[in-house]
Design a protein around this ligand. Structure first.
Ligand SMILES: *[C@@H]1O[C@H](CO)[C@@H](O)[C@H](O)[C@H]1NC(C)=O
Ligand SMILES: *[C@@H]1O[C@H](CO)[C@@H](O)[C@H](O)[C@H]1NC(C)=O
Ligand SMILES: *[C@@H]1O[C@H](CO)[C@@H](O)[C@H](O)[C@H]1NC(C)=O
Length: 409
């Protein structure tokens, strides 16, 4: 069965790539019309004007340029709804894969972490990773160049995160609290394990921590990995990975026709049976179009799923790895070398298809020598991957404990 599916997929890929090449057009489209509320995001307006300000909160747009030339947008919420200026430290919110900073603003204000933190007196900063709709600028490359997409989460850890940390630190003159979700935890763990960012950091909250991925149960993600979809796309010249793209969309149709995968609810097929999403708002989440990432990043994640290691990108042969790293295999990130006195809050859920309980336990095992009073671990049995950012009760289950943790760190 898998073989037939793979053959079908390759056929589709070849046809579409050839058609796109022949027409000389880009395969992916950015469609920001035709939608409502949160999803009526206009690339010219940005997140402050389209999402935050309409709800009565102050918001500032900022940009920061990474050392490798990517121009990232950041939003700052300097006060709560009352208008009283923040009197607590800056908090940087870093989203996960396939989404952007709007993740933290998508539920109602009393349910969304960004608004809640602002209302609690924190100076809130929301980052948007390279390649997402409001962070597509570059000093010399264009997103329609394949060179623009030559990166994986290694670069997010090495360039995006340090540039963003430095910027918030410089603007506020203070060290910051960090909150990452999913890939936002992976890049932070990678940087911390190399001793980076620690001089600007107060504490880190890791929601759905990702360091090891080989127990991942998402049938959808498994299909992508088992069928080498990202590798195929890459070799066919599709360096931007977008769930909105024609090629990927065709692939979704094929993957979803597989009887083992129920795509009637794609969010569940990818993230797990979330207990606590507001079904009358699910459309808002889904309308909020998925964001692009680099196909090379998807390959890197696929390597992690296959190998169960947390290492830099594997170029696939000793010579190329030698060229990039001066050694035949990619260097590992060593989770044990995260300093034992770094205040860490890890929250994970029993129904999460991506941040699997077994994989989180391997990470916790790496952290077993962490100072007891510097590590808070919170397990919520009924939570899946999206509940941590979109759950209607995440304010009580997750954010209240997070704020209590910030207060003592
Ligand atoms: C949005 O697009 C759908 C289908 O593409 C169309 O049926 C609908 O009328 C559009 N809505 C608006 C508000 O333009
Ligand atoms: C669910 O969403 C609807 C529509 O936005 C809203 O009116 C309702 O209050 C929400 N319910 C909860 C529990 O958040
Ligand atoms: C990882 O880091 C720890 C603590 O710094 C060290 O003891 C251990 O040898 C390292 N492991 C590897 C494989 O380098």
């Amino acid at each position: 069965m898998a073989e037939t599916l793979a053959t079908q997929i390759l056929a589709i890929l070849f046809c579409l790539s050839a058609a796109a090449a022949a027409a000389g057009t880009k395969v992916y489209s950015f469609n920001s019309q035709n939608s409502t509320s949160v999803s009526s995001l206009n690339a010219n307006d940005g997140i402050c004007k389209s999402v935050v300000e309409p709800l009565g909160y102050a918001c500032q747009e900022h940009t920061v340029t990474t050392k490798d030339g990517y121009i990232l947008s950041l939003q700052r919420m300097p006060s709560g709804l009352s208008g009283q200026a923040a009197d607590k430290p800056p908090v940087l919110l870093q989203h996960g894969l396939i989404v952007d900073g709007v993740t933290w603003l998508m539920s109602l204000p009393d349910e969304s972490l960004a608004f809640i933190l602002a209302d609690n007196g924190y100076d809130v900063w929301i980052s948007n990773g390279r390649g997402t709709r409001f962070s597509r600028g570059h000093t010399s490359l264009d997103p329609y160049d394949s060179a623009y997409w030559d990166w994986t989460w290694d670069e997010l850890a090495a360039y995006d995160l340090p540039a963003t940390f430095q910027y918030v630190h410089d603007q506020t003159g203070q060290n910051l609290h960090y909150v990452g979700h999913s890939q936002g935890t992976l890049i932070a763990l990678a940087a911390f394990s190399q001793g980076k960012l620690l001089n600007m950091l107060r504490s880190a909250v890791l929601l759905c921590p990702i360091a090891y991925l080989n127990h991942l149960t998402s049938p959808f993600a498994r299909a992508l990995v088992d069928l080498f979809i990202a590798e195929d796309l890459y070799w066919l010249g599709q360096h931007e990975f977008s769930l909105n793209g024609q090629v990927v969309n065709k692939l979704l149709e094929v993957i979803c026709s597989n009887p083992g995968i129920d795509c009637s609810d794609l969010l569940t097929a990818i993230t797990g049976p979330n207990c606590c999403l507001n079904s009358s708002r699910t459309k808002v989440f889904l309308d909020n179009e998925p964001q692009s990432t680099a196909t090379k990043n998807m390959i890197h994640l696929a390597h992690m799923i296959r190998t169960g290691t947390i290492a830099m990108y594997d170029y696939g042969n000793e010579n190329d790895n030698m060229d990039h790293y001066g050694q035949p295999t990619p260097p590992m990130y060593n989770m044990t070398s995260i300093p034992n006195d770094l205040p860490l809050f890890l929250a994970y859920g029993g129904k999460d298809y991506l941040s699997d309980v077994k994989d989180v336990q391997v990470l916790l095992d790496n952290l077993k020598d962490h100072d007891g009073d510097k590590l808070v671990v919170q397990y919520t049995d009924e939570y899946a991957h999206a509940d941590f950012v979109l759950g209607v009760n995440a304010n009580q289950i997750v954010y209240d404990p997070v704020i209590a943790f910030f207060k003592i760190n």
